[in-house]
Design a protein around this ligand. Sequence first.
Ligand code: WT7
Length: 655
Amino acid sequence: MPDESHFATAPELVPVPDDYAPYSRTSLKQYQERYRRSIEEPDAFWTEELRRLDWIKTPTEISNVNWDPDNLSIEWFADGVLNVSYNCIDRHLDQRGNDVALIWEGDNPGLHSAITYRQLHNHVCRMANELKKIGVTKGDRVTLYMPMIPEALYAMLACTRIGAVHSVVFGGFSPDSLAGRIKDCESEFVITADQGVRGNKPIPLKENVDRAIEIAGGVKAVLCVRHTGADIGWVEGRDFWHHELTLQVDANCPPEPMNAEDPLFILYTSGSTGKPKGVLHTTGGYLLWAAMTFDTVFEVERGEVFWCTADIGWVTGHTYLTYGPLANGVTTLVFEGIPTYPKADRFWEVCDKHKVNVLYTAPTALRALMREGDALVEAHDLSSLRLLGSVGEPINPEAWAWYHRVVGKGKCPIVDTWWQTETGGCMITPLPGAHDLKPGAASKPMYGIEPALVDGEGHFIEGEGELTGNLVIKRSWPGQMRTVYGDHKRFAETYFSTYRGLYFTGDGARRDADHYWWITGRVDDVLNVSGHRLGTAEIESALVEHVDVAEAAVVGYPHDIKGQGVYCYVTLNAGVEPTAEMEAELKAHVRKEIGPVATPDVIQFAPALPKTRSGKIMRRILRKIAENQLDALGDTSTLAEPGVVDDLVANRPQG
Ligand code: WT7
């Protein structure tokens, strides 16, 4: 008898498990009816959905959208007035004031705490008053560069309380990257901590902030949380300790009434060209989308514990760690550490310790943990888990099967949620209990979402049976980004011009005969490395900044753990030797310029890069060489110097 555990791939269809029936809130029929209504009677649908939030003024206008790139404008609930922190905290106080809002689990397994909604109210009000005290006013951009500690969430919510716009920068980004983001949105305020800790290693957050401010300029005040107690530099008059200011401010701060279309936050993300762009989300539409999709996809009940393992530096950490759970008044778990510290069973230990009911994580983490063997999972009691989620990249069948069988014991559905920083929340996902699962498929559109496929010329690919093409969305939804901060033209060009009047996702997709959607990955020059989005252009520009580099081209290649690895072709200046030391130096250089997530996996020194006669680098060929698909290089006859390719193939680093 073959042992099930040795099956390398997942079955094609996994029916909704009977064990899930007690939790299921949406049947297939209900999903179909609600979806139909959301598309055919959107105004009626959204008028009902609005009741999920507490409005100071309930909107009467639903949407006002023009996707023509020349007149691009997107508004939802435009005459509505509300406050995000009120919706995430105050309105729960009567009924749920003593419920736990957030559980914090430290990097050090000995450290954890629980904060109730009442305590959260107190912390957020105080921090909001601290922000006022250091000069922050409505509409100001506040940059957050924080470890995963409760104060990070307090800071986000404190901004929303007073109508300031937060821009969270991942704590793993370099001072240069941080500086670029501070500058781009002209942020005069930064909230940080002395240090972060991950895997028992300190992260010099305040030191990085100091360097970033030197580079960017323009920062008036820094609010610093004391976390590790490390010695740090201090600029009198500019830097303020949170623990000192908090004693000087009132524990009550009235929530600022905000228009639904007032900016809520900026989050920088990489595109196929240029610098990272500031994705802008607004107040009403984003919060409703976060609240509705969280509730619909994860079905978390009062008393349950939801754990999203994403960092607040990414959109998942905004929508499903912070705003979605808190808007719904349930418990969110905030984890400071990494999956492998102190041992590679940390996720399972945390699930057991805090009796996690829903776990939402990324395929890259699963692939890394799968390697460590089943025993590490089996050593812990995971019986509290009822639902598992995946996000960030397509999940491969092996990882899906392992997640389902070893972590979920075959009784937990897996929701594979496809979405983007730009979309604010889940766009294509199965609903647990409603949809039979197809491992690897993002499955079915969320309410209000109308996906479609187009070919290279922008013609719709339609019909029954299996279809493949570029994924576009045909109509607006409340959680959609509203602009690229400070560059509305770039917003129009990036998303609405490739296929005029349609939102272009940058992803390729397949719709199978059962109308399940499968995401096949980016079709542009964006890499997905361990679920982190990186633009090849950013890495290239970091490389050519090095004095010895003449030219660079970066592509992705399949990587067992990371999904995609970073493969760099580098042409050195004449007279510079391509040594192992130079290779190490360039890797360290990119790491320093952008951050550890962007560290190149492979550097291939190339005397020249393959170019067309008009001088355009032929990335298609570079990708094939990186993927080791040497017999699929295709037509090289249009190259200026075909011999360049032979040289690259002959000198491809082994491994
Ligand atoms: C890109 C967006 C969504 C929050 C985390 C990433 C890829 C994301 C899936 C999925 C296949 C996925 C896409 C997308 N992606 N989720 N479930 N299946 N691909 O947000 O950094 O904005 O990246 O991640 O390629 O375009 P992001």
